[in-house]
Ligand binder design. Sequence first.
Ligand SMILES: C[S@@+](CC[C@H](N)C(=O)[O-])C[C@H]1O[C@@H](n2cnc3c(N)ncnc32)[C@H](O)[C@@H]1O
Length: 417
Amino acid sequence: MDAAGFERWLKTTMGLDASSVGPGVVERAVAGRMRATASADAAAYWRRLLAQPLEQQELIEAVVVPETWFFRGVEAFDALARAFAPLQADGARTLRLLSLPCSTGEEPYTLAMALIDAGWAPSRLRIDAFDISQRALAKAAHAVYGANSFRGRELGYRERHFRALGHGRWQLSAQARGCVRLHRANVLDIDFLPAQANYDAVFCRNLLIYFDQDTQVRTVGVLARALAPDGLLFVGAAETGLLLSLGYASAQIPMAAAFRRQRTPPPALAAAPEPWRAPALAPLPAPRPRRAAPVARSSAPAAAAAPATSPAAAPDTSLEQARRLADHGAFDRAAELCQNHLRTHGPSAEALYLTGLIHGATGLDARAEDAFRKALYLQPDHTESLMHLALLLDAKGDAAGARLMRQRASRHRGRSG
Ligand SMILES: C[S@@+](CC[C@H](N)C(=O)[O-])C[C@H]1O[C@@H](n2cnc3c(N)ncnc32)[C@H](O)[C@@H]1O
């Protein structure tokens, strides 16, 4: 049995597209399992694999990428709390959430913390969390975390929801733990969810990037069954393009990668765009401060955002203000501040990117596209503008243009990683 055979088995069993995790990963995992099981050769290990479900789980454990951290993509959690604030105010209904895949628990526990901090009674939160990895789930159940799970500088939530155990270890509160039910499931096993799951929101982030196109489409089908008709589906920033082609519309929440089901039937699955690939084992993002606001600052180099003219003595905070206003829905005023900033300081990728986000959030897609293109003219490697432009191009049916933008983003990310 050659490496390709093991790759095929992993694809059929768990959807893994071997090319998404980088060259040699499957080969190394198989070699490691051969050593651990003292298999004489690949053929012997292959026979063992097919015969022993426990060994199958071991090989799966060896290839999964459990990378995750608390408040990863903070905008999504802020958006969720805001979207369901009316439901929170109006009484007794439980909020039903799905985190799939949940990995070592940081994502579903973040859901619990974010909503408790937004005023939800823990008894009204039901968060189901699934993952294929037993090892990740065991860690989630233990709920003790180290520094790698706390990235970013705004760690107020840690003071509120964790107890320090010493030696850099933190135990999550029983209150937040109590909101989450952990289960093992393979997203490809169609029966793992109840027929009418009806979740208010589904978080399926950073899973589709590891799948080939067929498996992505199949998984989105599973999610569709799980989501309430008006529910919100959150995916990873790199996974948005596919959803637009499968009957979902952007929920127009800047940077949250949130979608709702479209009322009109989705186009034929065959029309799905090629999946955009994150670089294999995408590099960790630089730590970012946790913000309450969903319109994210771009990771563009500071130079790109620097004033074209010599800076005044007091730092100009108008873009910061614009961002805050946009987060609170004051889009007109936010757009005005961006315009003033552009007039005063000259064009910058940062101000144009923010302008694009604001236009996008208010449905002015043509203007948003124009702003993102100008940002890219100034700074061709502005990844966020590339990704948002790709979304807009997808939405207007320009799949080839969108693919190009994603490829550019992928190239730049690869270089900066
Ligand atoms: C990168 S983590 C994502 C965790 C979290 N959603 C996040 O965005 O931080 C990917 C997880 O997907 C899980 N996974 C991979 N294939 C799966 C499958 N077929 N069914 C369920 N979970 C799967 C892995 O075990 C891993 O924990």
